[in-house]
Design a protein around this ligand. Structure first.
Ligand SMILES: [Zn+2]
Ligand SMILES: [Zn+2]
Length: 179
């Protein structure tokens, strides 16, 4: 594990959220937001409304900028998000997790909580100076984000589809070169 469990979960969720803006766009319906909520084991307020969906969708460009920011810019953005939300870090324990940090109450809007969770996770990235773990997909046509949590820092593609497409292209290029 590169970071604490809850940090890694928050970063994975943030990357999935940001990548949902890439074509073919997902997170376009309340049902898709509900699936996202379940997939990343969110707890707390979940309105299941168009307003909530729009707030979460509108968060995506800001999170993308945060995840790709250099270290000093990330610090500025994290501090801004935490003060805007009047975050007060508290250790909490609820199923299925052991002690971890919530910095805003469970009744805060979902988009606020996702933003604050991402900011809290970025605190660990900043302190460990591990920004190289975050980047853009190595596929030349893809703008998806990649979070590399592998021990040997080998993850380069945002998805299995991008990885496979590039493996096939590399194979064809090798075949053509030997013909
Ligand atoms: Zn929690
Ligand atoms: Zn990709």
């Amino acid at each position: 594990m590169v970071f604490a469990h809850d940090t890694e979960e928050s970063l994975l969720a943030a990357v999935a959220l940001v990548n949902s803006a890439e074509a073919p766009e997902t997170l376009t319906t309340v049902a898709e937001l509900e699936a996202f909520y379940d997939r990343f084991d969110y707890t707390g307020r979940h309105d299941r409304t168009r307003t909530e969906l729009d707030q979460v969708r509108d968060l995506r460009p800001r999170l993308r900028a945060l995840l790709l920011a250099d270290r000093d810019e990330a610090v500025r953005m994290v501090n801004e998000i935490l003060s805007e939300a009047r975050a007060v870090p508290q250790l909490v324990r609820h199923q299925p997790l052991d002690w971890h940090i919530h910095a805003v109450p469970p009744e805060a809007p979902l988009a606020t909580r996702i933003g604050v969770e991402t900011a809290m996770a970025m605190i660990d990235v900043i302190r460990a100076d591990e920004h190289a773990r975050l980047g853009v997909c190595a596929d030349g046509d893809c703008l998806g984000l990649v979070l590399d949590l592998s021990r040997n820092r080998s993850k380069r593609f945002c998805s299995v589809a991008c990885g496979n497409r590039n493996a096939v292209a590399a194979y064809r290029a090798r075949q053509a070169a030997t013909e």
